[in-house]
Design a protein around this ligand. Structure first.
Ligand SMILES: NC(=O)c1ccc[n+]([C@@H]2O[C@H](COP(=O)([O-])OP(=O)(O)OC[C@H]3O[C@@H](n4cnc5c(N)ncnc54)[C@H](OP(=O)(O)O)[C@@H]3O)[C@@H](O)[C@H]2O)c1
Length: 248
């Protein structure tokens, strides 16, 4: 478990105890003493070469991706990563790794969000270009990246559906112009302990349709991640995500 002492790492450390068929054999944290965990914790993957695991589960930070990918490809270990805020460089590293090992990447591990995506694409196709699309996401005040990986995922899927001239707009301040039809707006709110909320809004003439998912606790994300771990263990090398897991 990479990022074992983070919020998701600790959520998974707690809920995995309910599962007979999985256990964490080691954790990675730069602060090994932060919590007492029922497994050994190492400062980095470089200390881990003697450790055998079927899957590395990563909830950490984009900066950690090169080290995680390095370990997994060196040892032939499958990787499930939920880390967000990834740049194209990080994605490319993960994609390259998927030519050697199975890699599962999802900006949101909850089943409900996968269904939200399907509904959103259906609504967008049915409503057409007359409806303006805005995405609103809310998260706790400790989240570093904005917009959320899930909001970006929803936006990019909608962009792919609407066509390549669709523009993602993150900030309207300083813009002194009307909203263009080709825009998809994305807004982020940070506060308190909100685990995660995503709303996709279709605004037409005299009507608004909203599709919304609320994560009530991190457990739903942790359970989804453990489902992904079970799904990917023993799989062939390749690129996997929520869509491939739902299909299977
Ligand atoms: N896909 C999903 O469903 C989902 C759900 C929730 C969160 N997330 C994403 O998962 C990530 C972790 O979320 P979280 O809420 O658990 O965050 P968090 O509480 O901040 O924990 C992140 C952990 O990553 C480690 N870390 C931070 N920077 C690092 C670096 N440069 N190198 C190595 N390790 C580093 C830290 O561990 P040490 O300081 O102990 O080393 C920290 O405990 C974020 O990207 C978040 O957006 C995704």
């Amino acid at each position: 478990m990479n990022g074992c002492n983070g919020k998701m790492g600790q959520t998974i450390t707690r809920i995995i105890q309910e599962y007979q068929e999985m256990k964490i054999v080691a954790g990675i944290s730069r602060n090994t003493q932060k919590f007492i965990n029922p497994y050994p914790v190492f400062k980095s993957f470089y200390e881990l070469d003697s450790c055998e695991a079927d899957v590395v589960l990563d909830f950490s930070n984009a900066d950690a991706i090169p080290e995680v990918v390095g370990y997994c490809t060196r040892t032939g270990t499958a990787l499930v990563t939920g880390t967000t805020g990834l740049s194209d460089l990080h994605y490319n590293l993960l994609k390259q790794a998927s030519e050697v090992i199975p890699v599962f990447s999802a900006a949101n591990m909850s089943f409900g969000v996968s269904v939200l995506l399907e509904l959103v694409l259906k609504a967008a196709a049915a409503l057409g270009h007359e409806y303006d699309i805005e995405i609103l996401e809310k998260h706790h005040n400790e989240k570093k990246d904005a917009p959320s990986g899930t909001a970006l995922m929803l936006a990019r899927e909608l962009q792919a559906l609407r066509g390549s001239n669709t523009e993602l707009v993150y900030d309207r301040s300083g813009r002194n112009e009307k909203r263009d039809k080709k825009e998809i707006g994305i807004s982020s709110i940070r506060g308190g302990t909100i685990p995660g909320e995503h709303t996709v809004l279709f605004a037409g003439k005299d009507e608004v349709l909203e599709l919304k998912h609320t994560a009530l606790s991190r457990d739903v994300l942790g359970r989804g991640a453990l489902k992904a771990v079970q799904f990917i263990a023993g799989k062939e090398k390749g690129w996997y995500g929520m869509k491939s897991m739902l299909k299977e």
